[in-house]
Every structure is written in structure tokens, then in C-alpha cells.
Design a binder for this molecule. Sequence first.
Ligand code: RB5
Length: 150
Amino acid sequence: MKIALAADHGGYQHKEFLKKYLMEKGYSVEDFGSYTEDAVDYPDVVYPCVKSVVNKENDCAILICGTGVGVSITANKVEGIRCALVSDLFTAKATREHNDTNALALGGRVISKEFMLEIVDLWLETPFSNEERHINRIHKITHIEKLELK
Ligand code: RB5
């Protein structure tokens, strides 16, 4: 599995910690920055990161800012991205089973690095349920995207 990572200064330390962990677990990781703790505008790193998922260069994206809110709003502007902001284990699992999310947003100032790893592991390991009612709902999201792009 190929994972795209991006973070602003609010998520930089968490991203570095996560990158090392994922690489040690054998995942292929592409890091879209930020590469320092200097202030950076999260849309600048999130957009190329999630586009790599839409373009099938990566399988999913994990995005980290201070709260996770800015990166999740940005990611969900991109056609084909379904990004969930997660800070608990129930949501980490449910958002894969129900929403087939392909991007995970996390708050570096909200959750600890250790708890982040638990969330990420569960999110990565949980498959989409493929249940008809969830497929229908995702199709409706896609329909709204198409309407808004006209
Ligand atoms: C940066 O200070 C902070 O606003 C950002 O990391 C994020 O929390 C935005 O949603």
C-alpha cells in the first residue's frame, strides 16, 4: 500500500513520527511536506498530496495540521476525495466501513503521537463494508460533486 503524507507546522512532528512508523511497517510513503517546523499554509501541502491519490499514484492520504480541520476542509474540496477528521477509534473504523474514506485527517495538537498510531493502524486495516446502503450514499456524494463542478 502506498500512503501519501502531508502536514503543516501544527502537524509536522506527528507526521515525522508517523512516517518513521509506517516505513518500519513496510508501507511505501510519499511525503509532500512540510519538511521543517516553519509556518506553512496547509492548502499548499494538502492539495498535491490528495491529488496523488485521485491520480492513483498513492492509495490514500494522511493529513495532519493543528486541529485536523484545515487539512480536512481542503482535502474534501478535491473531486474524488472523501476525508474524515478522526480523533477516536470508533470513527476510525466506521469511516472506512461506511464512507470508504481515502484520506484521514488528524490534529497534531489534539491527539498524542501514540494514540495517532492506534487510529492510523485501525483506519488502514479496516476495509470498506461494500454494503449497498453505503455504496448508494457514496454515489450520492459523487453526484453532488458533479453538480457543484458544473
Ligand atoms: C496553524 O496554526 C493552525 O491553524 C493549523 O494547523 C490548523 O489547525 C488549521 O485548521
